[in-house]
Design a protein around this ligand. Structure first.
Ligand SMILES: Nc1ncnc2c1ncn2[C@@H]1O[C@H](COP(=O)(O)OP(=O)(O)OP(=O)(O)O)[C@@H](O)[C@H]1O
Length: 311
């Protein structure tokens, strides 16, 4: 069942198309990754979905209704973002005393546990918190709110590696016990790749990928070897990216059949699966090249459309 349905959604800021004709649905109780380069449109999309901004055109349905000024919808949403504003003079503890008023499923014991684990100083004024501590505060609210629809927009700027791992661990554990729909926007793709069940890649406001994460992981392969062997093998196939170094080269290709693999191995090529991060980079590069070539926003090559939602 889908929690979010958007159709032909567009958001313009003057001449900037921050979100460009996006059609998408988000399934209930799934952890989604929302990935893309700086300025791709991730925050704008989340602002539209959380009723913080109006669309220029298109439709949005969240829990069956448009989110803007819709209390029934908004009370089921938690949006954690770096730019969160708190009342002047608020201390961290005030956030936790107020949170149950906003979040029906708020779990105070879980919040307390997380405060201890993240070592968040409760009595300190929020404006005095370090960047990482401020991120911890957001992450704790996002987890303990147990909102049916939870958005994390780059939630961990400034968080150290230990705290980030803690976030991933607690998210997965708590999600297992209390499934909900999560949208996690991040640039740290390698770190979260095993956390994500569904991956959405946005570029210049358009959806490049909308795919089950497992399917996506198996959807591309890198072959490496002599440039001559790589080029012979890739001739006639869709190449997502190619790097060369002197007489050596490697190319990332979309899904290879068993026969393709055997042929690559017979040609002396090394075959390795592509990480989600490499894949996102390759797809973004392909899209950019296509965009530059056609003068319009990119569509992926035919062989990668299997990773895109059927429209
Ligand atoms: N209020 C605004 N006025 C004008 N342009 C805006 C506004 N908000 C966003 N934009 C532009 O819209 C585009 C999408 O921005 P958005 O913040 O959604 O990207 P993002 O994917 O979240 O980027 P990042 O990863 O850098 O946070 C960018 O080109 C940005 O400059």
């Amino acid at each position: 069942m889908s929690v979010v349905e958007i159709a032909n959604l567009t958001k313009r800021y003057g001449s900037v198309l921050a979100v460009n004709d996006v059609t998408l649905s988000l399934e209930q109780d799934i952890i989604h990754g929302l990935l893309g380069r700086n300025g791709a449109g991730k925050t704008t999309l989340m602002q539209l979905l959380t009723g913080q901004d109006f669309a220029s055109s298109g439709s949005i349905s969240v829990f069956g209704a448009p989110p803007v000024e819709n209390a029934r919808v908004l009370q089921n949403i938690c949006f954690i973002k770096e730019s969160q504003k708190y009342p002047e003079d608020f201390r961290a503890k005030h956030v936790f005393t107020n949170a149950p008023l906003f979040f029906e499923n708020w779990d105070s014991a879980f919040a307390e546990q997380l405060v201890a684990e993240f070592r968040l100083p409760l009595n300190r004024r929020i404006k005095k918190l370090s960047r990482g501590q401020l991120s911890s505060l957001g992450v704790i609210v996002g987890l303990a709110s147990r909102a049916p629809l939870t958005f994390f927009d780059e939630p961990y700027l400034g968080l150290d590696a230990v705290a980030r791992q803690l976030f991933y661990d607690r998210l997965l554990e708590d999600f297992a016990e209390h499934p909900r729909t999560v949208i996690l926007s991040t640039h740290l793709i390698d770190e979260v790749q095993n956390l994500l069940q569904h991956v959405i890649v946005i570029d210049e406001g358009r959806i490049l990928v909308d795919s089950d994460a497992e399917e996506l992981r198996g959807s591309a392969t890198t072959v490496a070897g002599t440039a001559r062997a790589v080029d012979a093998f890739t001739l006639g196939r869709t190449v997502l990216s190619r790097q060369g170094l002197g007489a050596l080269a490697q190319a990332t290709l979309s899904r290879l059949s068993d026969e393709d693999r055997a042929a690559a191995a017979a040609a002396g090529l090394d075959i390795t699966p592509v990480s989600l991060q490499q894949l996102v980079v390759s797809l973004s590069e392909t899209a950019q090249a296509a965009s530059a070539h056609s003068g319009t926003s990119a569509q992926l090559g035919t062989s990668t459309t299997s990773t895109q939602r059927e429209k």
